[in-house]
Design a protein around this ligand. Structure first.
Ligand code: NAP
Length: 648
């Protein structure tokens, strides 16, 4: 027996009988189970046999292993698990080399040093939270208490910031314009809202993940998760809900931010902060289309973020304008309740087949996550790895590849196009009219790829659906008129038309050193060093800032953890040196921005064949997405390099 508290990832000891265990094994991911068996037995032969993952994909938890292998492993696992149970549920210590071999086993490929180091950190098999703040005595307590910090926003990144500040003992206030935590998951309550990054990956690395009821959870469960995080970490006393930050002004002499607030009743207040952490998200400002007559519609008309809680759609004619990530979720959810659904999609969207998109996590898999040692961590690895392992190179335009027809940007992109087109045509068999409307005229991945378990394409085929690709000319009191002169009568209009992505930190006015306005400094081309810090704006850190949205690789929470680690290290740097401010050097920022622009322009997202994209600014340039390999960004955000900043 080991002393001290049990490693939280080791699973709770259990006494379940063999029959119950055998039943649970039917539901588990066998690659994750094999890794857990190594932990249970200390015997590496579990991962050295014939039964091994053939390919890592985030939507097949058996990694394409044939059925006979799965059955064989399950049969051999039962006595080993029973022996582990009977022996008191004590996992064996494993060497780093063996864990590395296990990573390569699940990845079904070699894992290079940079990625492996990052993934070991994320696995955190020792049960700790490697990014938890554990500052030593080098920080003067008075300086720390004078470092009151304002966190703007209580979504995933704001909560993370609050957790880290609380660990550091830095006083802080979290200001949130909504009436509670959860950010996007409080804001977006439209029918069918769910995460499209795997739940066991779309969560904090240091929090348990065995509770998820679906592999891609729905909005109420996500909202509940973030609310529980707030309470578990006792953050509520630090919160000011229903309060908006309207402006923040840097006082250089005092080295403090004056943060201007307005509550829901219109009362103004100003609070002082040494540091400000912007956690406002990047997809929160609704974008309504500029369609003539939009205000003349007689019935309910609203942006998807404003879906009325009491809206009765039964038997109604609903016009859905926009079919990106949001529209893709709304349409299949409401199609069977409405009399008629008219979907107006301006540009076709690529989607990949995801058979587990709406799947519940079966009881056996949840049992395994609760009890089998490190099973949950390996399951998380299995979900994260496919995005990270593929890297960003497949998103890069190959200069030797002819992409002038907008079909593909490199050989892999061409293969992707073929496979994705095949899925669309198969699902729409017998409906060439729908196939023609559904195959995009731009390379795969150039807009955010969506996913479908058949429900989106299935909805298009329903007799009560009009799938309209003719441009909208205007809206009148009774419906929508297209440029072909057709009139679509509607009772309800929903605009799933997305967000003003490029307007970072809007509508807050930030005024930095020497009265510089952040809005003016950025214009249409927002940049920040590592997406986090800007010259002229000391002590201001962005989470999910310019150039950090991920259309490849990992979850946004993973990225927030990187950004918050750097922000906390910067704060530590200031306090440790008895200083009061830290500001990125202009030349460092400019060099990073130039490298960013050079890199992003080569990527598929910048392809000229994409006419409309929330990634692009009005001139077609991108300042929203990260072009960097995840492991590179992770390494860059490990610690602050003091040479890159002015610390006063
Ligand atoms: P979006 O991807 O920007 O899609 C907006 C839709 O509205 C597109 O079909 C767009 O057409 C259309 N549209 C916009 N302006 C229009 C106009 N003037 N006339 C006609 N059509 C117009 O927005 P979204 O679906 O809300 O998603 C935005 C982002 O939020 C996603 O990329 C994702 O990052 C996030 N999101 C995530 C989830 C999830 O994880 N489950 C769910 C929803 C959203 P064009 O394509 O031609 O521009």
């Amino acid at each position: 027996m080991t002393d001290g508290p049990r490693n939280p990832h080791a699973g709770a000891p259990f006494t379940d009988g063999d029959a119950a265990i055998a039943a649970a094994l039917d539901d588990v991911s066998v690659p994750a189970l094999l890794c857990s068996l190594v932990h249970m037995t200390g015997d590496p032969s579990w991962i050295r046999g014939e039964a091994r993952p053939r390919v890592a994909t985030a939507t097949d938890f058996q990694s394409a292993m044939p059925k006979e292998w799965l059955a064989d492993v399950r049969a051999r696992a039962l006595p080993a698990i029973a022996a582990y149970r009977d022996g008191g549920c004590e996992p064996k210590a494993l060497s780093r080399e063996l864990v590395w071999e296990m990573m390569e086993f699940v990845a079904a490929a070699p894992v290079n040093e940079e990625r492996g180091t990052m993934m070991l950190h994320d696995l955190a098999l020792d049960g700790g939270d490697p990014d938890a703040i554990t500052w030593g005595d080098d920080i003067n307590e008075t300086a720390k208490q004078a470092a009151h910090t304002v966190v703007i926003g209580a979504g995933e990144s704001g909560l993370l910031a609050a957790i880290r500040l609380a660990q550091a003992g830095v006083p802080f206030t979290m200001v949130e314009k909504l009436d509670g935590p959860g950010g996007t998951w409080r804001h977006n309550r439209y029918p069918g809202a769910r995460v499209d990054v795997g739940s066991h990956h779309y969560c904090y690395s240091f929090e348990p993940a065995e509770h998820w009821s679906e592999y891609f959870c729905r909005q109420p469960e996500l909202l509940d998760y973030f609310t529980r995080i707030l309470d578990k970490h006792e953050l509520r006393p630090h919160c000011r809900f229903n309060t908006e930050v309207t402006a923040a002004v840097w006082d250089d002499e005092a080295a403090r931010w004056r943060v201007h607030l307005r509550d829901a009743d219109g009362n103004d207040d100003v609070i002082d902060a040494r540091f400000v952490i912007s956690a406002v998200g990047a997809l929160s400002l609704p974008r309504l289309p500029d369609i003539p007559g939009i205000d003349t519609f007689a019935g309910p008309a609203f942006h998807s973020t404003k879906w009325p809680a009491d809206l009765d759609i039964r038997g109604k004619r609903v016009a859905l304008v926009g079919a990106g990530a949001t529209g893709f979720q709304i349409a299949p959810t409401i199609v069977d309740d409405v009399e008629r659904l008219m979907i107006f999609q301006r540009t076709a969207q690529w989607m990949f087949p995801n058979p587990v998109y709406h799947a519940p996590v079966p009881e056996g898999d949840r049992w395994a996550m609760r009890h089998l040692p490190f099973y949950g961590r390996w399951f998380r690895f299995l979900m994260i790895w496919p995005g990270i392992g593929i890297g960003v190179e497949s998103y890069r335009r190959d200069p030797a590849f002819d992409d002038s027809d907008g079909q593909a940007i490199n050989p892999m992109s061409a293969r992707r196009r073929e496979a994705l087109t095949q899925w669309i045509t198969m699902q729409l068999d017998g409906r060439p009219d729908l196939v023609e409307k559904s195959v995009p005229p731009y390379p795969p991945m150039a807009k955010r790829i969506l996913q479908d378990n058949g429900s989106w394409l299935g909805a298009l085929k329903k007799p009560n659906v009009d799938f309209v690709r003719t441009p909208i000319e205007r809206i009148d009191a009774t419906g929508i008129v297209t440029s072909a002169g057709e009139h679509y009568d509607a009772d309800i209009l929903c605009f799933a038309t997305g967000f003003r992505h490029v307007e970072y930190l809007a509508p807050i006015d930030f005024t930095g050193r020497d009265g510089v306005s952040l809005r003016e400094q950025w214009g249409d081309e927002p940049t920040a060093h590592l997406g986090i810090t800007m010259p002229n704006f000391p002590n201001l850190f962005c989470l999910y800032g310019p150039g950090t949205n991920l259309a490849h690789g990992a979850s946004i929470i993973f990225h927030s953890e990187c950004q918050m680690r750097l922000a906390m290290d910067a704060i530590h740097e200031v306090l440790q040196h008895d200083a009061t401010s830290i500001e990125v050097r202009s030349d460092v920022h400019d060099d990073y921005a130039a490298r960013y622009v050079g890199e992003i322009g080569q990527m598929v997202w910048a392809h000229a064949s994409v006419e409309h994209s929330h990634y692009k600014n009005r001139n077609g340039k991108i300042f929203t997405l990260s072009p960097w390999p995840i492991e590179t960004y992770w390494a860059w955000t490990r610690t602050v390099d003091p040479q890159e900043y002015v610390i006063r």
